[in-house]
Unconditional design. Sequence first.
Length: 259
Amino acid sequence: MTVGKNIVRIAVLVAIALSPPLLGGCGFYINSIRKAAEHGDAEAQCNLGFAYSMGLLGLPQDYTESIKWTRKAAEQGFARAQYNLGTAYHLGRGVEQDNSEAVRWTRMAAEQGDTLAQNNLGIYYEAGRGVPQNYAEAAIWYRKAAEQGYGNAMCTLGCFYQDGKGVKQDDVEAVKWFRKGAELGDVPSQFQLGYCYYFGRGVSQDFAEAYKWYTLEATTTGDIKSRDKLMSQMTPEQIAEGKKRAAEFVAKKPSTDNK
């Protein structure tokens, strides 16, 4: 079993996503959003449903009202609403909990290219939740999300390659995906890439590079156990080099982390 892999998973599954135009919105937007929703605008319906689910824009938190508007948008084929409705069924939030319905709506969104839905459909197949467990099918959906730039899916796909889960075991391919996620700022990917450099798995062993990625991961999680264990095996020169590489990465990286 891959070290640390359990930290990659369900956080995204339980999040209900917001359609971009509502991000950063203020209270005065709610009337125009409601009017558009009442006139059948699917995006407005999705946003109104989200606002009710979270109690935003001066609205009370009301899961029943959230489902009402989210379903209207989902039935019009609006992908993000389909994803949100699938998540609501998974959680039993505003509807009776139903894994089959969760999969059904999530699949609709995933087939339209919604990245979060693709990742969650991978989770459903991996866990056998609402569908028969199928690692190969899970890998297909994780790959789709990863290829759209979703860091969490990159890490999970890397773990699948590392363990030979649903794909042919391939440490080099695992490192490729861990690196993609790590460079985007995905914290579990940073940990996994550090692990690969520490043990020379899929790459040449490089303690300074392992230190770099463990340090970056620890900056977010606060967990320094892996880095400290590594440090006990490093020379002062290697530690200095690792610190330098971590600092250079931070200096060059734009503030658009995919976590």
